[in-house]
Unconditional design. Structure first.
Length: 95
């Protein structure tokens, strides 16, 4: 990461208004972890965002892969010369 990226990260802000009771809960949890409120909120939000994105990508890939697999079964592509050569080599090596 270059210095411009580091400077930009420091200058970005995220503000949220939350009930006092919720803030107290977050402060207590941050204290247990030995973090500031900001560190705690950012780390938890980052972890949650990463998980949401990962789950989303897994579901999208799964659907896309299912469609590609079904298409390949219904309309298989013709074997290229390269694939045929690889198959012959495989047969030789495994006999």
């Amino acid at each position: 990461m270059n210095s411009e990226d580091a400077a930009k990260r420091k200058s970005d802000r995220l503000e949220a208004r939350i009930p006092a009771q919720q803030k107290a809960l977050l402060l207590r949890a941050a204290s247990i972890r030995g973090q500031s409120l900001t560190e705690f909120v950012v780390s938890c939000a980052t972890k949650a965002a990463t998980e949401v994105i990962r789950e989303s990508q897994l579901l999208e890939l799964s659907k896309r892969d299912q469609l590609a697999f079904a298409e390949a079964l219904l309309n298989p592509p013709r074997a290229s010369q390269r694939l045929k050569k690889a198959a012959r080599q495989y047969v030789k090596q495994t006999q």
